[in-house]
Design a protein around this ligand. Structure first.
Ligand SMILES: C[S@@+](CC[C@H](N)C(=O)[O-])C[C@H]1O[C@@H](n2cnc3c(N)ncnc32)[C@H](O)[C@@H]1O
Length: 240
């Protein structure tokens, strides 16, 4: 188990909340069958570098970035450390051109909401189809000092909640207020854990279809997506 790595550390300290390990296993477990491309934002004392190297299959491309030039010293064989600012789109674009695309991105950097959003917006396009983007320590979304605060629109948690709307924009019933957003074509799921948001990319070029099956005959339809101003067929029968 990934958490067992904590008993094998050397003087390169690693800082992770206890409950993250079960989230890592649950979210990243499916990336262990073949070599992947992984990016972690935030190195600090370098402790997570050997952990991820042990965890992911041999041959994986493992990239780590930090704003602190001293972190270059933590590069080990089979890993790439690059120095730059996670809020700098130019840095992230050149990083992705050199070492992307990425199957998994884990943002454990500054935890400043504006930086988390800037990184996500730069790197989403460099995530592979089927890829996973995780942001941790999202409790900073509740701390004004990190650009958060309860229900602050600028927080990463509020930003992620809006991604839920984006994902459902196929189904809009209010075209002017809530138009279809193209990102719905690749936003497969947004999962919230305590302090971690996991966003999954899966291209879906065509709109969702509903299936009706009767006597073994299956019919697919997208009619429901075109209807506007609908009401429940149960209206009046259920007390509403
Ligand atoms: C929480 S630590 C990373 C811990 C490490 N991932 C681990 O598991 O042990 C956060 C790191 O993010 C770096 N950092 C802070 N602001 C940054 C920024 N704007 N861009 C890139 N890295 C940043 C800090 O220098 C620090 O080393």
């Amino acid at each position: 188990m990934l958490i067992d790595h904590l008993k094998k550390t050397d003087d390169r300290a690693i800082t992770k909340w206890h409950h993250y390990f079960q989230v890592y296993e649950r979210e990243m477990g499916r990336f262990l069958k073949k070599p992947i491309s992984f990016l972690e934002i935030g190195i600090f004392k370098g402790g997570s570098i050997p952990m991820w190297k042990d965890y992911f299959p041999d041959g994986s491309r493992l990239t780590f970035i930090d704003i602190d030039p001293a972190c270059k010293a933590f590069e080990i064989e089979g890993t790439n450390v690059r120095i730059g600012n996670q809020a700098d789109p130019e840095f992230l674009t050149s990083l992705a051109e050199e070492l992307g695309p990425f199957d998994v991105v884990l943002d454990d950097g500054s935890h400043v909401c504006a930086h988390q959003i800037a990184s996500f917006e730069s790197l989403w396009q460099h995530l592979t189809n089927g890829g996973l983007y995780m942001v941790e320590d999202c409790h900073t979304s509740y701390w004004p000092g990190f650009g958060g605060g309860y229900r602050n629109e600028a927080s990463f948690i509020e930003y992620s909640k809006r991604l839920i709307d984006t994902m459902h924009s196929w189904y809009t019933d209010q075209d002017a207020l809530f138009p279809f957003q193209d990102m719905a074509r690749e936003l497969n799921s947004v999962r919230f854990y305590d302090s971690i948001v996991a966003i999954e990319k899966l291209e879906q070029k065509e709109p969702p279809t509903s299936l009706v099956s009767k006597n073994g005959n299956v019919e697919a339809s997208r009619r429901a997506l075109q209807v506007r101003g609908r009401t429940s067929v149960f209206a009046g029968k259920d007390g509403s």
